[in-house]
Design a protein around this ligand. Structure first.
Ligand code: ADP
Ligand code: MG
Length: 435
């Protein structure tokens, strides 16, 4: 059938029983993946992404609902689908080439054919020359490449990837991302669709055609965002930033209109919204503490005792958490948003990326980056920035705001400041660079 969807998930619910308790991991999931589509699944830990991948590939039978593959119900493991996990279990006693051939051997492919396909894929993922190396001789990124080659060797129609880059360093992740995108776009692999789980929002916008956003308790789909951009995509383009923002907003549970929430730039009508006077280390401390609490939620004043902050400081911290979309405040309680959870769970680099994305949408930072762009050699004198900030803030507050811009901007690695020359400079983060 010509335009039959490749995968149709219909009303899938998964329950787990622990003792006498019943737990709903995902509820009433509906999801379609079409021929030719690259779909990413995004959402906080525990929202059922891995469960959903296992169900889609037939590794797990759902409590309720069905999965159709080309219109046929999936019964047992779907031989057309391959799933790739966060870390590949390579066989330490086999060479790179043998590791790639394993799955082919299991499918009864003859020796010559096997070797031919394996060598070609090893070459494709950039491991030419390492055919006879053993896994222990390879870096983490190279091992992950072997895993890719092995997954691709069986020529799956549906390639499912579960956070394949999250255990890698930034550079290996970036290079593997490009390899995957290149393989996929070259059109000369038989893979018809990719379904990939990620924690990285910019990665999702960079690579996929559609982003399915999930939330938990119970695990469910909350948004479906189409990324209608041609490749190669430029991370600095306005459209890219808009889509990143849309996805962040669904995760941050944004309720107020954007201009109310973030304020205007200095000198513009509406007035600049001051950055709350906080230290980033205190903010991450509060988010981590909240993340450990039942329901990811706490009474604000109880939290003040827990983290031993005075109440003024804690109010600034909660305000910052809300401004950044990491938490919501209601009736004296503060509750982490899925984005806040993602941040609390992330490692330092991923945290910096999330933080950078969040502050780039604040008019105060957009204004600062514009000033830096327009400055000679992209260097801006402290005094000039202060004078501009004094359009909206009293002198002392202008000083404080600039110090906060510097601290937040440094943490996010979007700008740097030289304390002795008193010069500000913009800095492109790795993720912001076009690949
Ligand atoms: P994600 O991949 O989004 O982090 P998972 O799919 O791994 O989420 O898990 C979803 C929820 O289901 C989690 O709360 C997890 O603890 C629970 N879960 C997953 N597998 C099982 C299982 N086999 N038995 C009991 N609970 C499970
Ligand atoms: Mg998972």
């Amino acid at each position: 059938m010509h335009n039959e969807a490749l995968v149709k998930v219909r009303g899938v619910t998964q329950r787990f029983h622990t003792g006498r308790k019943e737990f709903i991991a995902v509820r009433d999931i509906n999801l379609t993946v079409n021929d030719g589509e690259f779909v990413e699944l995004l959402g906080p830990s525990g929202c059922g992404k891995s469960t959903l991948l296992r169900i889609v590939t037939g590794l797990q039978k759902p409590s309720e609902g069905t999965v159709l593959y080309r219109g046929e119900p999936v019964v047992g493991v779907n031989p057309q689908a391959t799933i790739v996990f966060q870390t590949f279990a390579l066989f330490p006693w086999l060479t790179v080439q043998q590791n790639v051939e394993v799955a082919l051997k299991a499918r009864g492919v003859g020796a010559d054919d096997r070797a031919h396909r394996a060598l070609e894929l090893i070459d494709r993922v950039g491991l030419d020359g390492f055919e006879t190396a053993y896994p222990r001789e390879l870096s983490g990124g190279m091992r992950q490449k072997v895993g890719f080659a092995r997954a691709m060797a069986v020529e799956p129609e549906l390639l499912c990837l579960d956070e394949p880059f999250s255990a890698l360093d930034v550079l290996s992740a970036e290079s593997l991302r490009s390899e995957l995108l290149e393989l996929w776009q070259s059109g000369d692999i038989p893979t018809k669709a990719i379904l990939m789980v990620t924690h990285n929002i910019e990665e999702a916008v960079f690579m996929s055609d559609r982003i399915v956003v999930m939330d938990k308790n119970p695990g469910r789909v909350v948004a479906d965002v189409v990324v209608d951009m041609l490749h190669p995509r430029r991370r600095k383009s306005g459209k890219f930033a808009n889509i990143v923002d849309t996805v962040y907003a669904t995760l941050a549970g944004q309720t107020q209109p954007e201009h109310v929430e973030v304020g205007a730039a200095p000198g513009e009508p509406g007035g600049a919204r001051a950055l709350p006077d906080i230290a980033i280390g205190d903010l991450t401390g509060v988010l981590e503490r909240l993340h450990e609490m039942p329901g990811r939620s706490a009474d604000i004043f109880r939290l003040a005792e827990e983290v031993q902050a005075d109440s003024d400081n804690l109010l600034s911290l909660t305000e910052a958490a809300e401004l950044l979309g990491f938490a919501t405040l209601a009736e004296g309680d503060i509750t982490l948003t899925p984005l806040g959870e993602t941040f609390a769970e992330a490692r330092i680099l991923a945290r910096k990326e999330i933080f950078a994305s969040r502050i780039r949408r604040l008019p105060l930072f957009q204004w600062m980056l514009r000033m830096l762009d327009a400055a000679d050699n992209s260097l801006l004198e402290r005094n000039i920035a202060i004078t501009a900030l004094e359009l909206d803030f009293p002198p002392e507050e202008a000083e404080r705001q600039l110090d906060l811009i510097i601290e937040w901007g440094r943490y996010a690695e979007i700008l740097s400041y030289n304390d002795s020359s008193e010069l500000l400079e913009s800095e492109q983060t790795a993720m912001a660079k076009p690949v």
